[in-house]
Design a protein around this ligand. Structure first.
Ligand code: GDP
Ligand code: MN
Ligand code: MN
Length: 245
């Protein structure tokens, strides 16, 4: 499980504006030749678009809770209702809406995007991004891993970075437990969030604005295939209980 000595990153140019039903695997492979072991990183935005996860803000009828939260944080109540609809748990209502999505990712506004989408429309995250990753991966003509990324803020740190919201053909965490450090001390707790590290690297190449480059291939990594989720189990999360009022 040693890290490889060099890593290449390829930004795939030329993808169109993605519409519902588009076959992302085919589009990517028509523009780029994958090799076995490559990690294909896709912005969740385009996966969501291909899955028809657009919604009109006007299709939401905000309930009393959405209206109350929206009033407190100066948001459109329809948008807040959309966030609540995508949430399994609300961790913070103020000064922004931090929720746990049904598939386990915790993010501001349930990862719902209003940029790169168009007016009065929103784009939900894929319903189950790891399932999306697995479907796309099956359609690749090489044995590669797929990571679905989203740009997120991080607690305790300024600035956004890419994280993995879904993955397939790769473990989200590399388990270093049982390995020895340089002095022979056995590591007891280190799980490395490799899917997030890869997502952040890919996000660095994608950009956040209008470049139209939502796909990145990273080549040269060796990675485990099986492991635990990067979403922390609720019973192990020591921060989460402090957020709940
Ligand atoms: P997110 O991080 O998944 O929320 O996605 P962003 O909105 O930050 O977009 C990431 C990258 O994908 C940026 O370079 C966008 O310009 C690009 N992008 C977003 N939607 C599309 C699309 O439909 N087609 C193409 N070609 N690029 C897109
Ligand atoms: Mn996003
Ligand atoms: Mn982004």
């Amino acid at each position: 499980m040693s890290a490889s000595a060099s890593l290449q990153g390829f930004l795939i140019r030329g993808l169109p504006v993605i519409k519902e039903g588009d076959d992302i695997a085919s589009l990517v492979q028509s523009l780029f030749e994958l090799l076995e072991g490559d990690v294909l990183c896709l912005a969740s935005t385009i996966v969501a678009k291909s899955e028809g996860r657009f919604r009109d803000l006007d299709s939401y009828r905000p309930g009393p809770r959405a209206v109350e939260i929206a009033g407190n944080i100066g948001k459109d109540p329809r948008f807040v209702q959309a966030v609540l609809d995508e949430s399994a748990d609300v961790l913070l209502e103020k000064p922004f809406l931090l929720v746990a999505t049904r598939f386990g990712h915790i993010g501001v506004n349930a990862g719902i995007d209003q940029s790169n989408v168009g007016d009065e429309r929103i784009l939900l995250l894929p319903e189950d991004p790891s399932a999306s990753a697995a479907k796309i991966r099956q359609r690749l003509n090489r044995d590669c891993a797929v990571i679905i990324t989203d740009t997120c803020g991080r607690p305790f740190r300024s600035g956004v970075a890419g994280v993995a919201v879904g993955w397939a053909g790769i473990a989200a965490l590399r388990d270093w437990r049982g390995e020895q450090d340089m002095h022979g001390k056995v590591l007891e707790i280190t799980l490395e969030a490799i899917a997030d590290e890869i997502a952040a690297t890919a996000n660095l190449l994608m950009g956040e604005a209008g470049a139209g480059t939502p796909a990145v291939v990273l080549r040269g990594l060796s990675y485990p295939r099986d492991g635990e989720s990067v979403f922390m189990p609720i019973d192990k999360d020591v921060i989460r209980p402090h957020l709940k009022s």
